[in-house]
Design a protein around this ligand. Structure first.
Ligand SMILES: NC(=O)c1ccc[n+]([C@@H]2O[C@H](COP(=O)([O-])OP(=O)(O)OC[C@H]3O[C@@H](n4cnc5c(N)ncnc54)[C@H](O)[C@@H]3O)[C@@H](O)[C@H]2O)c1
Length: 418
């Protein structure tokens, strides 16, 4: 089944048979690098979406527990036993057509560059890379290689954002100069944000610390850094590159924008200040973006209150579109003192809810990638687009860490602070 959206709502439709059925030997051979939380989740969505088109023949992870989970899933869902690897360079020597890279942010660059050099097509989780410069390296290498690369910003394959874009393009909310985007979370005090569980069996023998560090500064084995890497600058941009990039990316898509020319970010560690909490990245974060043609994004994220959840509000001068939790869309025509102006009076409110729609988006995103590798489609999130989203994230981190407004020069592809 696929979800087909119309102006009046969505209908369920049988998926058209776009591709001829492939025989077992014609399936794309898949290698998987990083079978942690996201890796196993995306793999499950791949088996949901295109089981007949793929065969995972190799999996790689530096923690034995997650390597075993990845292998188990292949056996259960794919019905075959993949080869297992601890060093991704060994996996890249395998005759696989595509690799999924679902490892921590700081490893994306070296893994993507090596995969392209080995002639592989790549599904690369967001953010594209850990720095702006690394991102441009990947963009250039991907273009030169002619290989298919899909960045894991799956909102671009989400039926509700596609509909939001259609509504904006049709002029349903008039001119749009302002987007408000937010991601709010909370948890109980004994469960600090991003302090994900560390498996009880973890030790230096079953966790390859040096391979995890990769290009990051050397330091002694530290389970918290390994399993909670999002909290440390060496491996992550925190909120900016973990969460915000999804939302600037989709605001760019819905509003046909690309890269801001300035960003001013601020925040701090206000909520998760436990005595033993050595996190680097803020849990309270705001960023203001200006784009070249009178377009503004107001971004807000806080890990101490969940009430308003996740969403983007597209504030047009003739109406508002709101996408919440990636699964609910509202359209409200603009009114003045309770009455719509004559030119918008015919536009009716719209409310759509598709529970679990992010799962469908990931399936569609993976399917788009596989079909692109088979020459039947174009990827919706190539590296150039992933880089636009990543630039927003990195500008926010740089502004926050330098306590300065930052400017982006799209002619030179460089930032400056004044
Ligand atoms: N698109 C989305 O909505 C979304 C959601 C969550 C995470 N992500 C992205 O997915 C990626 C992974 O995040 P996660 O939450 O799964 O992290 P995770 O820590 O759960 O998983 C990372 C895995 O990589 C493995 N690993 C570390 N170093 C390795 C190396 N050198 N070689 C092979 N494997 C290695 C770890 O052992 C672990 O199993 C990140 O880029 C993250 O931003 C995207």
């Amino acid at each position: 089944m696929s979800h087909k959206l119309t102006r009046r709502g969505f209908i369920l439709a049988s998926a058209p048979a776009i591709l001829p059925a492939l025989g077992a030997n014609d399936r794309l051979k898949v290698g998987w690098i990083g079978t942690g939380t996201r890796g196993n989740y995306v793999m499950a969505r791949m088996y949901d979406a295109v089981p007949e088109l793929v065969e995972v023949t190799a999996v790689c992870d530096t923690y034995q527990g997650n390597l075993a989970k990845g292998k188990d899933q292949v056996q259960t869902r794919g019905g075959n036993t993949p080869k297992t690897f601890v060093d991704y360079r060994d996996l890249l020597k395998e005759p696989v057509d595509v690799v999924f890279i679902t490892t921590p942010e700081h490893l994306h660059h070296e893994m993507a560059m090596a995969a392209l050099a080995a002639g592989k097509n790549i599904y690369l989780e967001k953010p594209l890379a850990h720095t702006i410069e690394e991102g441009f390296d990947i963009v250039r290498a991907a273009e030169k290689s002619g290989k298919v690369v899909q960045v894991g910003t799956q909102n671009r394959s989400n039926s509700l954002y596609i509909m939001a874009k259609e509504l904006v393009d049709q002029g349903m909310i008039g001119d749009i100069h302002y987007v408000r985007a937010y991601w709010y979370r909370n948890s109980t005090s004994d469960n600090p944000a991003w302090r994900y569980a560390i498996p009880a069996d973890t030790n230096e023998q079953n966790t390859d610390w040096n391979r995890f560090l990769g290009p990051a500064p050397k330091r002694p084995f530290d389970k918290r850094r390994y399993f909670q890497w999002r909290l440390y600058w060496d491996y992550s941009g925190g909120i900016s590159t973990d969460l915000l990039v999804h939302q600037t990316d989709i605001a760019n898509f819905v509003c046909s924008q690309q890269v801001p020319f300035s960003c001013m970010a601020s925040g701090g560690i206000y909520r998760w200040t436990g005595p033993n909490d050595d996190r680097d990245v803020p849990d309270t974060f705001s960023a203001i973006y200006e784009y070249p043609d009178k377009f503004h994004i107001n971004y807000s994220c806080y890990f101490g209150n969940d009430h308003f959840g996740y969403g983007e509000d597209y504030l047009g001068n003739e109406g508002t579109i709101q996408v919440l939790n990636r699964q609910t869309l509202h359209f409200y025509p603009e009114t003045f003192r309770g009455k719509p102006p004559a030119n918008v009076a015919a536009r009716k409110e719209l409310h759509i809810d598709i529970p679990g729609n992010d799962n469908y988006a990931v399936q569609a995103h993976v399917k788009n990638f596989i079909e692109a590798v088979l020459g039947k489609a174009k990827v919706v999130a190539p590296p150039s687009v992933g880089q636009q989203a990543a630039i927003s994230g990195h500008l926010a981190t740089l502004s926050y860490r330098n306590n300065k407004k930052i400017y982006w020069d799209e002619k030179t592809n460089k930032y400056r602070f004044s």
